[in-house]
Design a protein around this ligand. Structure first.
Ligand code: ZN
Length: 192
């Protein structure tokens, strides 16, 4: 079905804590009570939801985004909805064709050979195994900076179908998630 094709990309909100993580049902209930999530979308695997009535107050669409399709168009095609991905026992990296080489958390040098190193990083996200080619700082894969073009997480709120930079979560949403849903959440954009 064409409506499952990602035309533009995703905005992801990610929780990468090593501590306790909210259960999926707890996160869904929280997001529905805040009006971020609406009802489940039928026929999409049980993890997809309509946006809720407060969604456009919690996610700011930038610039001249003209018309945001919030319901599945009858003829198919992209529309804006939300998926809940996780929780996972270990951090996963979500990345796409827009992803840039990550940067050293100390000196901001790019780790240009990241794609070859990724399988090892994914096995040991919490271990200081990434050596910076410029300053020799040794860091955890979790500490690398991706400039909002990729990110690690154990639990993701995935907003489809969003062009990179087109939509931004408001600070109050991020602060509230941090306070009540397991710690700091970051956000970034991925294109397939
Ligand atoms: Zn460095």
């Amino acid at each position: 079905m064409t409506c499952h094709t990602r035309q533009t990309g995703q905005l992801l909100l990610a929780l990468a804590t090593s501590g306790s993580i909210p259960e999926r049902a707890v996160l869904i209930d929280y997001l529905q009570r805040r009006g971020f999530l609406g009802s489940a979308l039928e026929g999409m695997g049980g993890d997809a939801f309509r946006v809720g009535e407060a969604f456009l107050q919690l996610i700011t669409f930038m610039g001249c985004s003209p018309h945001i399709e919030l319901e599945p168009p009858p003829q198919g095609g992209p529309f804006c909805y939300v998926r809940i991905d996780g929780p996972w026992s270990e951090p996963l990296l979500r990345h796409g064709r827009n992803t840039q080489a990550p940067r050293c958390c100390a000196c901001r040098a790019r780790i240009t050979d990241w794609q070859g190193l990724l399988p090892v990083w994914l096995e040991r996200t919490q271990d200081p195994i990434v050596d910076c080619p410029r300053c020799d700082h040794r860091q955890r894969p979790l500490d690398l900076g991706w400039r909002r073009t990729a990110g690690f997480g154990r639990l993701f709120i995935v907003v489809e179908d969003v062009f990179p930079g087109e939509a931004v979560p408001v600070p109050a949403l991020l602060a509230n998630l941090e306070r009540t849903m397991g710690g700091p959440w970051q956000y970034f954009y991925v294109r397939d």
